[in-house]
Design a protein around this ligand. Structure first.
Ligand SMILES: *Cc1c(COP(=O)(O)O)cnc(C)c1O
Length: 390
């Protein structure tokens, strides 16, 4: 439980109802260590990973901005204290109206990946800065973000030239290596692509001022299907990023700053869900095999959307000892997708309905992936705590 803050665990222990807890000191500490590992980078927190005012404000006070994906996210960030010049509109998918709204709110940095989008930006947000997202293949990530976003190196040159011709400022390149990226190779490949495109752009007289390295940095507290820690070597990853930034900076013709847009990495391990046991039961399924299932009060539709892709550490504070049994964990709804990948999570045999369960390292995307009332189950309330006595 080394990744989990004392304040977080104390708040979980105090909770008598289901909720999500975030430890703001932990989030700030993760932000600070990121800045130590990648000196000089600008942090734009990908707010979809935890769109809470408290979290956005505390990071803004530390100098971070946000990566926002819609005018409503932009408005929320501004209200939470983020200056518009520190807000990137990082979503290449936006309507004319979205662009006009963002422009009215004062945002000057826009992601793009097509000439159609560039034409719309030129019309509805004239003169702003655009950065072009390069496609990545999702290699090494738990969730690749490959098909829907980004363009080829050749397209990137066309897109940024089109931006210049349309009176926009071609200002940068961006990548996203996929969420919960587990390898250093993916970063190295991304930097190979970035340096190639930077060289071609310089040849076209396009001088950029930033490279946006996107998100993808991992949570550290997840488990693999065997219950072992599931985290890459952050040290190696940061070393590959520093080396890659150095390579980009050496391409002549640009004066680059570097931006990172961490989402998961900042909040996953510093948020946790307090749920409770609905039932531990044994059923003989259609195949005639008896299996144990642990049904929890929270699942895919209220906070644990990623439960079939990652295994969170589970703590059963009222059953610290006793025999363990293998189960598949599932949420409370009548949707069979509300289930983790069939697993053999070991849980106390004596679990009873109502026993509290702490789902650790579940802070990333837990707020944004809440359904309104699937089967009448309400979104989980949240609290934010601080290290010393809240
Ligand atoms: C979602 C997203 C991020 C954050 O990704 P993580 O894997 O959570 O770090 C960063 N940038 C963009 C453009 C995104 O869409």
């Amino acid at each position: 439980m080394t990744h989990h803050d004392a304040a977080l665990l104390a708040a979980l222990a105090d909770a008598t109802e289901d909720l999500i807890v975030f430890d703001l000191d932990g989030i700030e500490a993760r932000h600070e260590s990121l800045l130590e590992e990648l000196p000089g980078v600008d942090v734009r927190f990908a707010m979809k990973a935890c769109p809470l005012d408290e979290v956005i404000s505390c990071l803004a006070l530390k100098g971070a901005g946000v990566d926002a994906a819609s005018p409503d996210e932009i408005a929320q960030a501004i209200a939470a204290g983020v200056p518009p010049e520190r807000i990137h509109y990082g979503n290449p998918v936006k309507s004319d109206r979205n662009i006009a709204d963002a422009h009215r709110l004062g945002v000057r940095d826009y992601a793009t990946d097509s000439t159609e989008d560039v034409a719309a930006i030129a019309l509805h947000a004239p003169g702003v800065r655009v950065f072009c997202r390069l496609a990545t293949d999702g290699y090494g990530a738990l969730w690749g973000l490959s098909d829907k976003f980004g363009c080829s190196a050749g397209d990137a040159v066309r897109v940024l030239r089109a931006a210049r011709d349309a009176g926009l400022i071609p200002s940068g390149l961006s990548v996203h290596v996929g969420s919960q990226q587990m390898t250093t190779e993916a970063w190295q490949r991304a930097f190979d692509d970035l340096t190639d495109v930077l060289e071609v752009l310089a040849g076209h007289g396009i001088a950029l001022d930033h490279v946006n390295l996107g998100g993808g940095l991992p949570a550290l507290g997840y488990l693999d299907r065997h219950g072992e820690p599931f985290a890459p070597s952050l040290d190696k990853m940061f070393a590959a990023m520093r080396e890659g930034m150095e390579r980009c900076a050496q391409v002549p013709g640009h004066r680059l700053r570097f931006v990172v847009e961490p989402g998961r990495h900042l909040v996953a391990d510093h948020g946790a869900v307090r749920a409770h046991v609905a039932r531990l039961s044994t059923r003989t399924g259609a195949d005639g095999e008896p299996r144990r299932w642990l049904y929890l009060s929270a699942g895919k539709f209220n906070g644990l959307y990623e439960m079939d892709d990652v295994r969170y550490p589970l703590v059963f504070p009222t059953r610290p000892s006793g025999p363990l049994v293998p189960v598949t964990v599932a949420g409370p709804t009548c949707d069979s997708a509300d289930t983790q990948a069939p697993g053999h999570v070991l849980v106390p045999e004596g679990l009873a309905s109502g026993d509290p369960v702490w789902v650790l390292s579940s802070g990333a995307y837990a707020i944004s992936y809440q359904s309104r009332g699937f089967n009448g189950i309400k979104p989980l309330p949240h609290i934010c705590v601080r290290g010393e006595g809240g």
